[in-house]
Design a protein around this ligand. Structure first.
Ligand code: URP
Ligand code: ZN
Ligand code: ZN
Length: 491
């Protein structure tokens, strides 16, 4: 007995076709017209789209960052992702300073034990010693084919140009991908110091410490090194015109450069959101910063013309009002100030969050929630407005991520033999996004009050239904690691 999705319109990156889809076990086994229903559980899909599950290739679950940890982990974050139609994500496993790349894998494998959707890891390289350089190709056997290097966050994750060059040279030899957070961290440090010294301490001043120029410069630097080393480069969270132009130029020169933007960079603005009165703007502090509408238009053009190939979230969520509870006193008495032990005892406790940066924007933990919202907001802003077609939506949110990161066609499409990660998408249903109903572990939502039309009514992971309307049917431990391949195509 299989599951038969009856009379839906299948949306792939190339086509929209009305057909039935039969799933047996974890795979799609047949696609056709009028497949007999006998012996199968039938899912009526009249008026619905059948799309491949979303793949979010840029998330930070349970990341130690900005003096705290991001809230969502491989339990809560997975559930939230699935409610929004995302059935796979790739998280950044960070190399501990002084440690090996395999240490990062071990730590993140442990974090991922409660997984409820499928997942994979990029390795964040923070300390490229000679033995670590040699270790890079050994990751391929582990199913990890992408490295991430940060050109910003001085004294935290930032690497220098020599490190970037060496990592790219090594990755290129083995068909691996290098991803960069492209901002000039040295210049950012100077701007930040000048701003704080001048008493500019508000959330909106974060913007002035990270202007588009330092993103464009770093993007261009990484792109040139990609051309020099012939290393596949994927620029994460592109926000602005100078960065898009650097990627466009590199691609015109034939360099193997690709890039993504994130859904929030189409919507959230410096003026309205980051510049909101009081401390409110802290909700929207992330790096690179959100930009105004003129950059949003550039990003739409870039995802339309193929300069950017994917849309992710950079999900890295913190409480707006965190550090709530009698933890400070308790922690001092019991654990030398370590709140993590307290949190384990009292789940209602909120770990520190955005409030850490009251009076100093540079201490606001950088990042935003979005793993649950990406597909619905992209559909609403992109497809409903006619900016992108349903097929381009699938391509940006699922197919290209799978191709670029070496797991296509197992993931990222609806075809015979692929994993049955299927969304039954209702293009006519509406949903009002709100922190009061979302599943992410945060006390605010970036899109609060936005009524989107087009929602994932049912979500299947490898043939098993995880979401049915508001009902959660997933189980901890059922998400699997996705083993990825090198030598992915350059799109
Ligand atoms: O502000 C951000 N983007 N936080 C997450 C870490 C990163 O830079 O991707
Ligand atoms: Zn980043
Ligand atoms: Zn990130």
């Amino acid at each position: 007995m299989g599951t038969l999705f009856k009379n839906g319109t299948i949306v792939t990156a190339s086509d929209m076709v009305k057909a039935d889809v039969l799933v047996e076990g974890e795979k799609i086994v047949l696609i056709g017209q009028d497949i007999p229903t006998q012996g199968h559980e039938v899912v009526p899909c009249d008026g619905k789209y059948l799309m491949p599950g979303g793949i979010d290739v840029h998330t930070h679950l349970d990341l130690a960052f900005g003096g705290t940890y991001s809230n969502d982990d491989f339990d809560t974050g997975h559930k939230a992702a699935a409610f929004g139609g995302t059935t796979m994500h790739i998280d950044f496993a960070m190399q501990p300073k002084g440690g090996k790349l395999h240490d990062a894998l071990d730590i993140w494998r442990e974090k991922a034990k409660p997984a409820q959707i499928d997942y994979s890891f990029h390795i964040g390289v923070t300390d490229l010693r000679d033995e670590v350089l040699e270790e890079i190709p050994t990751l391929i056997d582990e199913g990890v084919t992408s490295l991430k290097l940060f050109m910003a966050y001085k004294n935290v994750f930032q690497i220098d140009d020599k490190t970037l060059y060496l990592a790219m040279s090594q990755a290129a030899k083995h068909g691996m991908m290098v991803m960069v957070h492209a901002e000039n961290g040295d210049v950012e440090e100077q701007l930040r110091k000048q701003l704080l010294a001048a008493g500019k301490t508000d959330p909106v001043d974060h913007y002035s410490s990270r202007p588009p120029e330092i993103e464009g410069e770093a993007t261009n630097r990484a792109a040139v090194l990609s051309g020099l080393t012939n290393c596949r480069l994927y620029v994460v969270h592109v926000t602005c015109e100078p960065a898009v132009e650097a990627i466009r130029r590199a691609r015109e020169l034939g360099y193997p450069v690709m890039g993504e933007t994130c859904v929030q960079y189409f919507y959230v603005t410096r003026d309205k959101h980051l510049g909101a009165p009081g401390f409110e703007g802290a909700k929207y502090v992330c790096s690179p910063p959100v930009r105004n509408e003129e950059h949003h238009a550039v990003l739409w053009q870039a995802v339309k013309d193929g300069t950017l190939q994917a849309v992710s979230t950079d999900h890295c969520d913190f409480w707006y009002e965190g550090g709530v509870g009698p933890v400070q006193e308790w922690a001092k008495a019991h654990n030398g100030g370590d709140w993590t032990a307290y949190e384990a005892q009292d789940p209602s406790y909120r770990r520190p969050g955005k409030e850490l940066g009251k009076g100093d924007f540079s201490k606001i933990p950088n990042g935003m929630p979005g793993i649950e919202d990406r597909m619905m907001v992209m559909w609403h802003l992109g497809v409903n407005s006619g900016k992108i077609s349903p097929s381009r939506f699938v391509e940006l949110n699922s197919t290209n991520p799978a191709k670029i990161f070496g797991c296509y066609p197992q993931k990222g499409t609806i075809a015979v033999g692929t994993d049955a990660d299927i969304l039954v998408w209702d293009p006519n249903a509406s949903h009002t996004i709100s922190a009061s109903t979302h599943h992410m572990k945060t006390d605010y939502n970036v899109y609060e009050g936005m009524t989107v039309k087009g929602v994932p009514q049912q979500v299947y992971l490898r043939g098993k239904r995880l979401v049915n309307g508001n009902l959660w049917l997933g189980k901890n431990g059922e998400g699997k690691f996705v083993h990825r391949k090198p030598n992915a195509p350059i799109l």
